[in-house]
Design a protein around this ligand. Structure first.
Ligand code: FPP
Ligand code: ZN
Length: 488
């Protein structure tokens, strides 16, 4: 029997909820020899996904009227991860629907006629990465209008999504952050969404992201994870250089901040005053977000809160991102200029690390036992109902637990060598984005091989094939084919 989380003599609503959750989770562990518990019920989940896509979402989703691109993305990405091809008619219907959400002044809104917002713009563009194509009616070439011109920095001639780019610039704040919409708030989720879209659509420039790495770094809290934002600090009437983080470290914000930090690496120049992230403290925080055995090893989003299936991706998926910063259980700890206070391997003892920073087996069991709803779809945890968001992120989290996807130096070289055109930061960013590779023989699948889901790109949460397809189009590059996987 697993040990319950220790309590003191003063029960609180929080400690009672934790104990109740532990009991419920334990009730979902299949009895020994009971069989069936380790099965990913792909068909049940597919039925739910198909029903939502074909018949429309049930009435209870009306509260998500401003999140229609998200409902689309969660559904399409669930199909992709579950290895389900989408037929051409359904793809076209999806493209036509997505394009109705485009705002005439650039970006996408949460629905037709809604204001453009950074979050639905990410969801719409990533949905188009899955179902879109080049050419008339394919979505990709209808994103904004394409105008060929020389950018202010003569070094960066590129095909621009003009309106989208200008809208992004209009959201930029003096501290390097971005507001999520016209008159909206600042939030690292929005910055992550902006950076992914800018990178995919080839509108990333040094001008756009000037100051953004420093803002991201300022959101790291004393715990090691990241909060939603940071704020200016006035001391004795003078604006201090240091910006305190705003709020509590949280798995969702931490994923967004870390992915942003990794995306921004080609745009950060090394030097004394380069912004720094404390990667070691971040790793410690991430590791501690994995629940105990009695919580089935699911992840929680913040200290002293409950495990929840969606953090299987937001936290479970973050470990792969650390590999881009040289922090891998497979190699000694990093000594790069950007890793700030990272300890030397000999001091940290990281050389002794196992081949994973989290318990991949336990996370898969949490998702299979507790994340799956018996009627199809995945959820936060029992006894909750499934929903589109948790279905997508439980499946993506399952993927993160099953596969090691890492930035392959060999693949980086191959992509770089095939690059045609000016060899600058744009070429570097392209190669960094597309060097992520699924390790051969690196899959670890709990249950039968039928439980396997596709690997997902750690930065974008798209399959690697979809990421390559859309980026090849917008950068006008040919992405070299990957060698066929050895059959096992
Ligand atoms: C707390 O909810 C949740 C948040 C404060 C925000 C979470 C952010 C994400 C999941 C990232 C989303 C990313 C993008 C790209 C849009 P809660 O109090 O209900 O949950 P908790 O108890 O688990 O913290
Ligand atoms: Zn959740």
């Amino acid at each position: 029997m697993s040990r319950p989380t220790p309590i003191d003599a003063y029960p609180t609503a929080t400690s009672n909820l934790q104990a109740d959750t532990e009991n419920i989770l334990q009730d979902h562990v299949p009895l020994e020899g009971g069989g069936g518990g380790c099965v990913l019920h792909k068909n049940r989940h597919l039925e739910l996904l198909v029903r939502n896509l074909a018949q429309g979402f049930p009435a209870r989703y009306v509260s998500q009227d401003a999140s229609q691109p998200w409902l689309m993305f969660w559904t399409l990405q669930s199909f992709s991860a579950l290895q389900i091809a989408i037929d051409p008619d359904t793809k076209q219907r999806a493209i036509d629907t997505i394009m109705q959400w485009q705002h005439p002044d650039g970006g996408f809104g949460g629905g037709s006629g809604q204001a453009a917002h950074l979050l639905p713009t990410y969801a719409a563009v990533c949905s188009l990465a899955i179902v879109g194509r080049h050419g008339p009616g394919g979505g990709w070439d209808q994103i904004d209008r394409c105008v060929m011109r020389l950018y202010r920095f003569d070094l960066y001639p590129m095909r621009r999504r003009d309106k989208l780019y200008k809208w992004y610039l209009s959201l930029k704040q003096p501290d390097g952050s971005f507001i999520v919409s016209n008159h909206g708030e600042v939030d690292v989720r929005g910055i992550y969404c902006l950076l992914v879209v800018a990178l995919i659509l080839d509108i990333m420039t040094p001008e756009l992201v000037n100051g953004t790495p420093a803002f991201i770094a300022s959101c790291q809290t004393y715990e090691g994870g990241f909060s939603s934002a940071s704020h200016p600090h006035i001391f004795d009437g003078i604006l201090a250089a240091q910006r305190p983080s705003l709020g509590e470290a949280h798995g969702g914000y931490t994923f967004c901040a870390l992915a942003s930090w990794v995306l921004l690496q080609p745009y950060i120049s090394a030097g004394e005053d380069a912004p720094r992230v404390d990667v070691r403290r971040l790793l410690r925080w991430l590791v501690n977000m994995q629940g105990l055995e009695i919580e089935l090893g699911g992840f929680k989003g913040r200290t002293n809160k409950l495990v929840d299936g969606c953090y299987s991706w937001w936290v479970g998926g973050a470990f792969a991102l650390l590999e881009a910063l040289g922090v891998s259980p497979h190699v000694p700890a990093p000594a790069s200029a950007h890793e700030g206070e990272t300890a030397k391997p000999a001091e940290s003892g990281w050389n002794d690390a196992d081949d994973s920073f989290f318990n991949r087996h336990a996370l898969q069991e949490f998702i299979l036992f507790a994340g799956q709803h018996p009627a199809g779809g995945l959820r936060d945890k029992p006894p909750k109902n499934p929903d589109a968001y948790h279905t997508a992120y439980c499946i993506s989290g399952l993927s993160a637990a099953q596969h090691r996807v890492y930035p392959s130096p060999a693949r980086r070289e191959v992509v770089r060598a095939a690059w045609e055109g000016e060899d600058g930061v744009r070429a570097a960013a392209f190669a960094e984005a597309l060097c992520w590779t699924e390790e051969d023989g690196g899959s670890y699948i709990v249950g039968s091989a039928a439980n396997r889901v596709n690997a997902t790109h750690p930065l974008f949460n798209l399959t690697i094939t979809h990421a390559e397809g859309i980026m090849a189009h917008f950068y006008k590059q040919t992405v070299p084919k990957r060698p066929p996987k050895p059959s096992h």
